[in-house]
Design a protein around this ligand. Structure first.
Ligand code: PMP
Length: 402
């Protein structure tokens, strides 16, 4: 039996050199960067190195980066931090119907605290319409948060056009992008794009779990979430996670080696997978446009990411399908693993208008740069084996299809 891991949007295997660096730092350079002795100074060097790596990969300044425990913290810091810092200027905030819970729930919490929240709908491919954003922005809009790539369907949002629409309407409005599924898969330079804040998560690009960062454009002031010893210029107190952040930076470096070739290869693999899966009867691919469709959109960013494919299967429950696939050695997830506590509710699938009978029959396949055709073939064969058996048992399934 082959072991096929197609759940890389949930998390990834840590790159060996990154894991080795983490271990070595834990065992050898274990100092606290706040300490003044050699062990502390040496540890500080690794945090600075991590900062330099991300500054150069993102083309931003080192002092604009705040390391965190992951994107959930980064998103919370961006949203609450900006809302608190700007509350004197307005109480209106905007997000979209397809955001990850770590953006959506902080926004809902702000609404409970008295802010006014606009949740923008999306089209059937999951695209946010920049003109809809333009109409929603008001003089009292303090924050817009839109994700770079959706984690369930892989749609790349037209961030450049959204930035233009927002800043032309209200130059004071801050724009935050959850770039968790974007970083390492789509070229994205936040400063050049004109956004103000961006969240990244280490474990989505083969770094350790519990690591992430928030980029905040120089000159933009947000309030900290966490108070304490004043680390990271008071923006995020707490002893630095030296091994984690250094390991995350190592993983980022490796992710971007031969980047363009790897991305092109992944798009080929995605296309191959989609062609194969659509040959199975009763399947539909959701959201993000087909690969190679860059030209259809004016904005080259407005298309599908290379690593995520959402597929609905007639007459089978996603949960049942993924258990049957797990028995064949294939790891996939229903909708998104992050919301697996509520597998019955996917805001994203509802927002793009996936038919009711498919909401519970949708599975996400997500690849990494080391996925290959042999794995895709194995996965497709496994689907062909299990689907006819499972579909037979769906109560009323046959009737429904007429
Ligand atoms: N945003 C998106 C789009 C995600 O996919 C995830 C991870 N599922 C997160 C935020 C949360 O990241 P973390 O696991 O680092 O908290």
């Amino acid at each position: 039996m082959m072991d096929v891991y197609f759940d890389n949007a949930a998390t990834t295997r840590v790159y060996e050199p990154a894991a080795e660096l983490v271990t070595s730092l834990m065992l050898n350079e274990f100092g606290n960067p706040s300490s003044l002795h050699d062990k502390g100074v040496e540890a500080e060097r690794y945090v600075r190195g991590a900062r330099e790596t991300f500054a150069s990969l993102l083309k931003v300044k080192e002092n604009e980066l705040i390391f965190t425990s992951g994107a959930t913290e980064s998103n919370n810091m961006a949203i609450f931090g900006a809302a608190r810092a700007r509350r004197r200027y307005g109480r209106h905030i905007i997000t979209t119907a397809i955001e990850h819970a770590s953006v959506y729930n902080p926004m809902k919490e702000l609404e409970r605290q008295g802010y006014e929240l606009t949740v923008l709908p999306v089209g059937s491919s999951g695209l946010v319409d920049p003109e809809a954003v333009r109409s929603a922005v008001r003089p009292d809009t303090i924050l817009v948060s839109v994700m770079g790539v959706n984690n369930e369907i892989g749609t790349i949002e037209p961030i450049a056009d959204i930035v233009k629409a927002v800043k032309e309407t209200n130059p004071e409005t801050l724009i935050h992008v959850d770039a968790v599924q974007t970083f390492g898969k789509v070229r994205f330079y936040p400063s050049r794009l004109g956004i103000d804040m961006m969240s990244v998560s280490g474990h989505k690009f083969h770094g350790p779990k519990g690591t992430g960062l928030l980029w905040v454009r120089g000159g933009v002031r947000i309030e900290p979430l966490i108070y304490g010893g004043g680390q990271q210029k008071g923006m995020r107190s707490g002893t630095d996670n030296v091994p984690g952040w250094a390991g995350m930076a190592k993983a980022a470096q490796l992710e971007f080696e031969n980047f363009d070739d790897k991305v092109a290869g992944l798009y080929d693999l995605r296309e191959y997978f989609i062609d194969q899966v659509l040959q199975i009867k009763g399947t539909a691919v959701n959201g993000g446009l087909r690969p190679g469709s860059f030209t259809v959109q004016e904005d080259p960013l407005a298309c599908a990411a290379p690593h995520i494919v959402s597929v609905s299967f007639d007459d089978v429950r996603a949960e049942v399908l993924l258990h049957a696939m797990a028995e064949k050695g294939v790891s996939i997830s229903a909708g998104s693993a992050c919301s697996s506590n509520h597998p019955d509710i996917s805001r994203t699938l509802k927002a793009i208008g996936v038919p009711k009978e498919h909401l519970d029959s949708t599975v996400r396949f997500s690849f990494s740069f080391d996925s290959d055709r042999e794995q895709v073939d194995y996965c497709i064969n496994a689907l062909k084996e299990v689907l006819p058996v499972l579909r037979r048992y769906v109560p009323g399934g046959r009737k429904k299809r007429r």
